[in-house]
Design a protein around this ligand. Structure first.
Ligand code: SF4
Length: 216
């Protein structure tokens, strides 16, 4: 019997313009082995929790989104679930060959290149990588990154031109979910941004949504 690969997902978003080039879907995986001080996604760090999806379910979802040019894999640590994510990109590209792929990782590119088979497979399927841990002492408002040690590594020609463009913050985006709750995405331009945003919204009666929900 063939095992169905599962992915543990903290959250997903079907449209985002601040976590990579163009309009993208975003998957935040659940679980990260690192503990960067000031991590903006604390709820995604435990490997327990999250919502389990099969690769086929996520591939169907990505293929159903007509206006996105690709997906950004964030977290959590995408390379802790590298093999099923590589399988996901294969499944999507079997139907949408031009689908772009970008990922964040707390590990350096050089370390990932020496990683296990699944990590090397995921790396081979990415167009763009943001590598390295968030370092609060080096916080910087850079495009798609939160600290100056993090690099934007073009792994294919698809987005290689972007590394020559202005390296400034892409900002954050607020989304209104179908159930009326709010969520946000992006790399905070200033330390403590998330806490400040949550306080301001709470004062106005809004609660930010941070967890994945299974719609079906
Ligand atoms: S690698 Fe990313 S998700 Fe993991 S602790 Fe660091 S900032 Fe948070």
């Amino acid at each position: 019997m063939t095992e169905t690969p599962l992915l543990s997902v903290a959250r997903r978003l079907d449209h985002c313009t601040v976590l990579g080039p163009g309009n993208r879907a975003v998957i935040w995986v659940q679980g990260c082995p690192l503990r960067c001080r000031g991590c903006v996604a604390a709820e995604t760090l435990p490997f327990e929790g999250g919502t389990a999806y099969t690769v086929a379910e996520l591939a169907d979802w990505l293929c159903s989104l007509p206006d996105v040019e690709g997906v950004t894999l964030s977290g959590g640590e995408p390379f802790s679930q590298a093999a099923p994510l590589a399988a996901l990109l294969d499944a999507v590209r079997a139907r949408r060959p031009g689908f772009g792929a970008m990922a964040y990782s707390g590990f350096r590119h050089e370390a990932l290149r020496r990683g296990d088979r699944g990590q090397q497979a995921l790396l081979r399927r990415l167009d763009l990588l943001v590598d390295g841990p968030y370092v609060a002492a080096r916080h910087a408002a850079l495009r798609w990154r939160g600290s100056a040690n993090q690099r934007l590594v073009a792994l294919t020609d698809r987005y290689a031109h972007l590394t020559d463009e202005p390296d400034t913050s892409a900002g954050v985006e607020l989304s209104l979910e179908t159930d009326g709750s709010l969520s946000w995405a992006g790399v905070p331009p200033t330390p403590g941004f998330r806490e400040g945003l949550e306080e301001q919204l709470a004062a106005r009666g809004f609660v930010l949504h941070t967890q994945a929900r299974r719609e079906a």
